[in-house]
Design a binder for this molecule. Structure first.
Ligand SMILES: Cc1cc2nc3c(=O)[nH]c(=O)nc-3n(C[C@H](O)[C@H](O)[C@H](O)COP(=O)(O)O)c2cc1C
Length: 347
């Protein structure tokens, strides 16, 4: 595995010379192709699947084979879930999906900051729509735990946002294991205003009712921004209690640009977007600690933000998280990320 990690260091140099969004799809298509060839699938699983009974976590009645998931945004349209399962992820969160397909923001919209081990993105929920993703998930081969992350279309006014969340919830209900309400992306104008108490209570109450009416309720989580103040986090804790949702995903990308090593002018030239990776690690951990302490550990949290290694994952689990997710860490560390973290967690 050490050799694989060293090799990815060399491969990463080549991959990082290509446009980040292009290379994302290029790599994922090849991975899915490899998965579809039986001996290559077996090889992938042999290299990257790491199983150990102590890694299992049971949460909301779901048994996760390990606590390391892939964060939302990586496989928005649920195209590569089988290949991702072969890389040893304990779960994958698809989305953010909107009820109608949309193309997202103009390109380029994804940028690397290698000096900071970070990314900046302003994708803007580019996706094929929740109905198509749901259809795709019906035909998946691997029994992988799937989270469904849902948002609103860009052209839907905030007053009508609930209709979008309801529509995607209905589309995905039969094919996902848990839901995440995303109101924390910085790349859809006005979306973060839905984190305010009144609109958020309305969305979560309505989805909770819908959830009960459709059959056995699925765990419903809220994904929050790292840029919330402590007062806003207090509100979130109260909202979780009042609406009786099952937990939080903390955190999304940040709009903060302080303490970056990358040249200031280069960062400014990139422009607006959410920053992810190493620079968001500390703040994400702080948010998780704050919520855990203030709620006496009563709110289950999926931690995300700046996790690259087992030590980063442990930091989040020690802060009170039950599960972790990676995005930027996967881009920088490569296909062995999940298995390396899993191995480190048991040693
Ligand atoms: C290119 C990119 C696209 C993303 N898209 C989404 C998204 O659609 N929905 C979402 O909830 N989070 C999205 N995220 C945020 C990640 O899920 C994660 O919360 C954030 O990147 C922090 O984790 P990290 O430091 O491991 O990357 C995206 C992140 C990146 C880098």
């Amino acid at each position: 595995m050490y050799l694989c990690t060293r090799m990815y260091g060399i491969i990463r140099k080549i991959l990082f010379s290509i446009d980040p969004e292009k290379v994302h799809y290029m790599v994922m298509k090849r991975l899915q192709w490899a998965y579809n060839i039986t001996p290559l699938r077996a090889l992938l699983k042999n290299m990257y699947h790491f199983k150990h009974p102590s890694l299992q976590r049971t949460l909301w009645g779901i048994t996760f084979p390990n606590p390391v998931g892939l964060a939302a945004g990586f496989d928005k349209d649920a195209k590569y879930t089988d290949a991702l399962a072969a890389l040893g992820f304990g779960f994958v969160e698809i989305g953010t999906l909107t009820p109608r397909p949309q193309s997202g923001n103009p390109k380029p919209r994804l940028f690397r900051l290698p000096a900071d081990r970070a990314l900046i993105n302003r994708m803007g929920f580019n996706n094929e729509g929740s109905e198509i993703a749901a259809e795709r998930l019906k035909h998946r081969k691997e029994k992988l735990i799937i989270g469904g992350n849902i948002g609103k279309n860009k052209d839907t006014p905030n007053e009508d946002a609930i209709k979008d969340y309801e529509a995607s919830f209905r589309h995905l209900y039969d094919v996902v294991d848990y839901f995440v309400v995303n109101v924390s992306s910085p790349n859809t104008p006005g979306l973060r205003a839905l984190q305010d108490k009144e609109p958020l209570m309305h969305i979560l109450h309505t989805l909770t009712q819908l959830n009960k009416s459709l059959g056995t309720p699925k765990p419903l989580l809220l994904k929050i921004a790292p840029d919330l103040t402590n007062e806003q986090l207090d509100d979130i804790i109260n909202i979780v209690k009042e609406t009786e949702i099952q937990g939080l995903v903390a955190t999304n990308t940040t709009i903060d640009r302080s303490n970056l090593t990358t040249d200031k002018a280069a960062v400014e030239a990139i422009g607006a977007g959410g920053l992810s990776g190493a620079p968001v690690r500390c703040r994400a951990t702080e948010v998780i600690s704050y919520i855990t302490q203030k709620s006496n550990g009563t709110i289950p949290i999926i931690a995300v933000g700046g996790i690259f290694t087992a030590a980063d994952a442990k930091e989040k689990l020690d802060a009170g998280a039950s599960l972790v997710q990676v995005y930027t860490g996967f881009v920088y560390e490569g296909p062995a990320t999940a298995s390396n973290i899993c191995k480190g967690l048991i040693s």
